[in-house]
Ligand binder design. Structure first.
Ligand code: KG4
Ligand code: ZN
Length: 349
C-alpha cells in the first residue's frame, strides 16, 4: 500500500444493508455493515419503507465504526463514493443524501456509482487489478446478468440477463415454499449439503436448442421455481414426507448448472479467459466449486471474492470509487439523483 493511492469512503444503501467501506487503492481498510434483514424476515422479503428507516438509524454509527476500524478521520479521505442506483428508491436516497452531506461538509469530490459495477470492482480488493477485458456474472436478489467488462469505471456491455426472476429471488422463493425462511440463499446452501443434487431432475431454463437461438446468454428461473412448487405439492398430496434436503440440493444444482454453463459459453465466445462472479448468490458454495471445476477444464480462470464481499457492502462502493479516482474520472455533480433503475452501462452518475 502506498499513500499515493486514493483513500475512499464508500456508502451502500440500495437494499437492506447499510454498508460503509474504506479502501486505499486495492487495499481494504474497513467494511462496516449493519443489516435490517431480520426486520424483513417475517414478511418474506425486503419491505422498502422499513429498509429506508433502518438506513437512517444505522448511517452515522456505521460511518463512525468504519472510520474507527480504518484508523482514519473522515477529513482524511480523498473522495466519497455512494451507490446511486439501481436499488430501492427510498433506500438509495438515504445513502445519497448522507454522501452529499459528507462531500459538502468535508469539501471532497463525490462519485455516485452503479451498484452492479461495484459488485464487480470489489474483487480487486481480494485478487488485485481486474483483467481487461473480463466477463462478469452478477447474480443477486435483484439481478442476474452476464457482462463484458472492458473497464469497470466506464466500459460495461450487457450480454444477457434474466428474463424473469433473478437467481437470488429464485433461492428466496424456493426457500419460502420449503418453509426454510428468509433470505433463502444461505439456508438452501446449508440444507443442500445433506441432500442429493441428482435426486430430482429439475428443468434448466433457456437451455433447449430453440431457446439458445434467441436467448443464448439469458437466464430464466421462474419455470424452475414453478417446477419445484409442483413437485413439492404432488409429494404432499401423496402423503409422503418432502425430502427437503434433496429438493434444496437438486434445485441449487439446476440454478448453478445453468449459471456456470452460460457464463463459460459467454467467455469462450469472446475469447475471454477470466470470469469474475459477484453478487449475493456468488456466496453459494456449489456455484463456486462448479465454476472452478468446469472453468479449469476450459482454461478459464474464475475469480470470486470471499462471501462477505459478495453480499451487499460498502467496500465494493469504495473500491469502485477508488478506481474512478485512480483513472481520473470526473466526479459527479452534487445534485446527483438516486436512480432506482440505473442501467449497468451507466457506471458513474
Ligand atoms: O447482492 P445481494 O446481497 O443483494 C442484492 O443486491 O440483491 O444479494 C442477495 C441475494 C439474496 O437473494 C440471497 O438469498 C442470495 O443473495 N444469497 C445466496 C447465498 N447468500 C446470499 N444465494 C445462494 N447461496 C448463498 N450462499
Ligand atoms: Zn447487490
Amino acid at each position: 500500500m502506498t499513500s499515493s493511492e486514493p483513500l475512499v469512503l464508500g456508502i451502500e444503501t440500495s437494499c437492506d444493508e447499510t454498508g460503509v467501506g474504506i479502501v486505499r487503492g486495492h487495499t481494504l481498510l474497513a467494511d462496516a455493515v449493519a443489516s435490517s434483514v431480520e426486520e424483513h424476515a417475517r414478511f418474506g422479503g425486503v419491505v422498502p419503507e422499513v429498509a429506508s428507516r433502518a438506513h437512517l438509524e444505522a448511517m452515522v454509527p456505521t460511518i463512525q465504526r468504519a472510520c474507527e476500524t480504518a484508523g482514519i478521520a473522515p477529513r482524511d479521505v480523498d473522495a466519497i463514493a455512494v451507490t446511486a442506483g439501481p436499488g430501492l428508491a427510498g433506500a438509495l436516497l438515504v445513502g445519497v443524501a448522507a454522501a452529499k452531506a459528507l462531500a459538502i461538509g468535508l469539501d471532497k469530490p463525490l462519485y455516485g456509482v452503479n451498484h452492479l459495477a461495484a459488485h464487480v470492482a470489489v474483487d480487486q480488493l481480494q485478487h488485485g487489478a481486474l483483467p481487461e477485458p473480463c466477463l462478469a456474472m452478477l447474480v443477486s436478489g435483484g439481478h442476474s446478468s452476464l457482462l463484458k467488462v472492458g473497464d469497470v469505471t466506464g466500459d460495461i456491455e450487457p450480454m444477457g440477463a434474466t428474463i424473469d426472476d433473478a437467481a437470488g429471488e429464485a433461492f428466496d422463493k424456493v426457500a419460502r415454499l420449503l418453509g426454510l425462511g428468509f433470505p433463502g440463499g444461505p439456508v438452501i446452501d446449508r440444507t443442500a449439503t445433506s441432500g442429493s443434487s441428482v435426486a430430482i431432475d429439475f428443468p434448466r431454463g433457456l437451455s433447449s436448442r430453440r431457446d439458445l437461438e434467441r436467448h443464448r446468454f439469458d437466464f430464466s428461473f421462474s419455470g424452475l421455481k414453478t417446477a419445484v412448487a409442483r413437485w413439492v405439492e404432488a409429494r404432499e398430496r401423496s402423503g409422503e414426507p418432502v425430502p427437503v434436503a434433496d429438493v434444496a440440493a437438486s434445485f441449487q444444482e439446476a440454478v448453478c448448472d445453468v449459471l456456470v454453463r452460460k457464463a463459460l459459453d459467454a467467455a469462450s465466445s469472446l475469447d475471454i479467459e477470466d470470469i469474475v462472479i459477484g453478487g449475493g448468490v456468488a456466496a453459494n458454495s456449489r456455484l463456486r466449486v462448479l465454476a472452478e471445476e468446469r472453468g479449469a477444464k476450459l482454461g478459464i480462470r474464475i475469480r470470486v471474492p470471499r462471501p462477505g464481499l459478495c453480499t451487499d457492502n460498502g467496500a465494493m462502493v469504495a473500491a469502485l470509487g477508488a478506481e474512478m479516482v485512480a483513472r481520473g474520472r470526473t466526479p459527479s455533480a452534487l445534485d446527483l439523483p438516486a436512480d432506482s433503475s440505473q442501467p449497468v452501462t451507466h457506471v458513474l452518475a
